[in-house]
Design a protein around this ligand. Sequence first.
Ligand code: ZN
Ligand code: ZN
Length: 316
Amino acid sequence: MSAVIQPGEIRPPAQEAPFVRPADRKHVFRRRADRLLQLASDHPLEPFLMFVASVARAQQNALDQLDAASVSLPPELSLAEQRRRGEPVFSAWSSRLEPVWHEVLTGILADVETAAPAPTRAAIDTLRGMDRAELGTVARQVLEGNLAMADPARTPLIAAALQVYWTHLATALPVEDFGVIRSDPEPHAGHCPLCGSAPVASVVQIGGTQQGLRYLHCSLCESEWHLVRVKCSNCDATTGLEYLGLEGDKGAIKAETCHECHSYLKIFYMEKDFEVDAVADDLASLGLDLLLAEEGHLRSGPSLFFIPGEESANAS
Ligand SMILES: [Zn+2]
Ligand SMILES: [Zn+2]
């Protein structure tokens, strides 16, 4: 006799959910652009968000033009083995940048030029005047998370090109080989299993096997990977976590703050707003970052599009 499925049993156990969710390369940046336009309406940072939307559209154009032959993949990858060792497949720190990334950057600069505010137009001219070695040096700063001295107008444009390049790499891999979520604690879960970068934010999913599960969103390659809820992605603490949000919003955005390491990572709840995009919603909630900075919390993940400085990409 076949078993009758009860309503509470319809959802498969969490262990069947994938450990890594790849980016949807056909739509990832286009959807981000749409989300940024939606969030920009009546927002205090409207010009900034509108400009980042134009960058996201340019990123999708650039990604659409990359094909399988654009970048060579390492031979005989064993993703399951690399997951076990906690080694990223394409380390942002040590992987060689292939020349095609310059073409990606050139395409993005051309696409965003007309929409760019004055400081960014000047940054575009500067970038066009730099040789490949100089561009490579700036790219390395971004990839190594060395943003303290970064130029606030130039760096987001370089970061945009690097995101496209790494998204292309990440979506060329059979990420299902990473397997499903395990019941035992995941080692090295605070960094992207594909590129080793820190997460920009995390998203609690809705639907299917991933209902209610939290995935961290890579700041570089747009992949997402699972981390249990109520755990600091920076120091693995599972106690002393506090969830802070802005008064008056609909509760879709909180900051998971850690009393152990004094860092925080934003967490977005699709159940409250199913259209959330980790990068777009992170930028649109900079007010929360300001509040947390006043209270002495530090971001654990980078925001590649907002580099604090005298003149940022949004300055007009
Ligand atoms: Zn990544
Ligand atoms: Zn911590």
